[in-house]
Design a protein around this ligand. Structure first.
Ligand code: BES
Ligand code: MN
Ligand code: ZN
Length: 509
């Protein structure tokens, strides 16, 4: 979608539709909405007085203009109660207006920047939210649809109309940041939505190579031979059961000073998780097996975040790695009881082949040690246990680095992606002690998300580390417990890409 800025009076603006807003409980609209009301001869106030327009959050009314103003229609989007107004509501309101336009098959609409005027929000943040909501809300995964209805993908253009000429530069800049962010999220969604037969580890690695070339990242890909030579026995243990060879993808962004240690991102890239020999049931407690195509969402998050680092030219050093493989049963598959050796030398007793995420991450974390990273941040659809704990709406966060946890919570306030911290108390580590190796890959039912994190911690060598378990919020299955937002179409949500980007942007300030 093309998002642009223009200077003018929205009430005089010519387009297929103009979008204004209203808080719940306001009887006499002010600002731009008031101007439009006036131009329409008080039609809006009359509808409010009659009780026909209540401006509940995300309600969207379509008003005819009867030739009184240049626009063909007016959308009045409800912002809900003033006291509950947030940036994320701006994002959702914007998405709602765009989806309304799509329903009417419009190509082009114009809007005010919700929140910037009477809302009293920071202009850049509000602009970003409007642009993000529009682009992410109209996202579609239509690659496999052989027939498209006319207008199904619209609207193509959104104009942000401001009366303040001096704001144009700031708005343009914010649109640019939002577009880079939305592109990253869109890439992650595309990857996660893709069926596993079209996102084998080789596929993903090729996509990364191309992306890296496009945006100016350094990219190195290790194949199955390299992986074994490097000593990534845990990754290889998972990969050996599959006909599809694994790949280990490395992306590097050196935007910061030479003396600055890099931030290391590690993403779980299981392109399909059958469970391996510890085979999953067709219909699990948390969903059908086919959904396990999203088990590479951690890797997609890392790729997308790296893309944004380059596009936004962040003055930071960031490396992103992703061990990518299928987890399949097969004649050569690893078996419960097998013991594997990681790149860092520690041994793991594999008691359940379905706890494969932590295995590949152990080698991912071990690999980034060569960068002497100032922080290790891993992202994974790691445990069903986290979904039992927090549901599907919230990212679970565990780790040893208070500063990063704080940064992520702050960023999540802006992005509207909920994060919640869980403890990593030392006593939980006992659950992953092994009789035969240094550690075992299952810690039992109780506190499964925490013991999984304690397992990962063993491979961090005491470095600042944070783990994000995104098993819940990566996917919107349309259910009541899903991570629902107006800008989350069914399927991949792209969580937590926006929060990682925001955190790194704030970090770079
Ligand atoms: N990819 C799954 C985690 C998962 C499960 C994500 C359900 C989303 C929904 C992971 O590889 C897995 O299978 N974890 C097991 C670990 C267990 C065997 C210790 C789990 O959580 O059940
Ligand atoms: Mn698994
Ligand atoms: Zn998995």
């Amino acid at each position: 979608m093309d998002v642009r800025v223009a200077v003018g009076d929205i009430a005089q603006w010519k387009d297929e539709a103009i979008v204004v807003n209203l808080f719940d409980g306001v009887s006499k609209p002010g600002g731009a909405t008031g101007a439009v009301d006036k131009a329409l001869g008080g039609a809006l106030s009359q509808l409010i007085a009659a009780g026909d327009i209540k401006a509940k959050f995300k309600e969207c009314y379509v008003l005819p203009t009867l030739g009184k103003i240049s626009a063909v229609r007016v959308f009045v989007v409800g912002l809900g109660e003033r006291g509950k107004f947030t940036l994320d509501r701006v994002r959702e309101a914007s998405a709602k207006a765009c989806l309304q336009a799509r329903a009417l098959r419009l190509d082009s609409i114009s809007t005010i920047v919700h929140g910037a005027g009477i809302g009293g929000m920071d202009l850049a943040d509000a602009t970003e939210a409007v642009a993000e909501g529009a682009v992410l809300g109209t996202y579609r995964f239509a690659r496999y649809k052989t027939k498209e209805e006319d207008g199904e993908s619209g609207p193509d253009a959104l104009t942000l109309v401001t009366t303040e000429k001096r704001d144009v530069r700031a708005i343009e800049k914010a649109i640019g940041v939002a577009q880079a962010t939305a592109k990253a999220v869109g890439m992650a969604r595309d990857m996660v939505n893709a069926p596993s037969n079209d996102k084998t580890p080789r596929h993903l690695a090729d996509t990364c190579m191309t992306m890296a070339r496009d945006v100016g990242l350094k990219c190195v890909v290790y194949d199955e031979k390299d992986i074994q030579k490097l000593g990534m026995g845990a990754l290889w243990g998972v990969a050996r059961g599959s006909e599809q060879p694994p790949r280990f993808v490395v992306l590097e962004w050196w935007g910061g000073p030479k003396s600055q240690k890099p931030i290391a991102l590690v993403g779980k890239g299981i392109t399909f998780d059958t469970g391996g020999i510890s085979l999953k049931p067709q219909e699990g407690m948390l969903g059908p097996m086919w959904e396990m195509k999203y088990d590479m969402a951690g890797a997609a998050t890392v790729f997308a975040t790296m893309r944004a680092c380059a596009e936004l030219k962040l003055p930071l050093n960031v490396v992103g790695v992703a061990p990518c493989t299928e987890n399949m049963p097969g004649g050569n598959a690893q078996k419960p009881g097998d013991i594997v050796r990681t790149i860092g030398g520690k041994t793991i007793e594999v008691l359940n082949t379905d706890a494969e995420g932590r295995l590949v991450l152990a080698d991912g974390i071990g690999y980034v040690m060569r960068y002497d990273p100032q922080l290790i941040l891993d992202v994974a659809t790691l445990t069903g246990s986290m979904v039992f704990a927090l549901g599907k709406k919230t990212t679970g966060m565990l780790g040893t680095d208070r500063k990063t946890i704080r940064r992520l919570l702050d960023a999540s306030q802006v992005t509207g992606e909920p994060f919640w911290e869980m403890p990593v108390f030392e006593e939980y580590a006992e659950a992953v002690k092994s009789d035969f190796a240094d550690v075992k890959n299952v810690g039992g039912r109780p506190a499964g998300a925490i013991t999984a994190a304690k397992f990962l911690e063993k491979f961090t060598d005491g470095r600042p580390w944070v783990h994000l378990d995104i098993a819940g919020p990566v996917w919107n299955d349309g259910g009541v417990d899903a991570p629902k937002r107006e800008y989350h179409p069914k399927g991949a949500t792209g969580v937590p890409v926006r929060t990682l980007i925001r955190m790194l942007r704030d970090w770079a300030k």
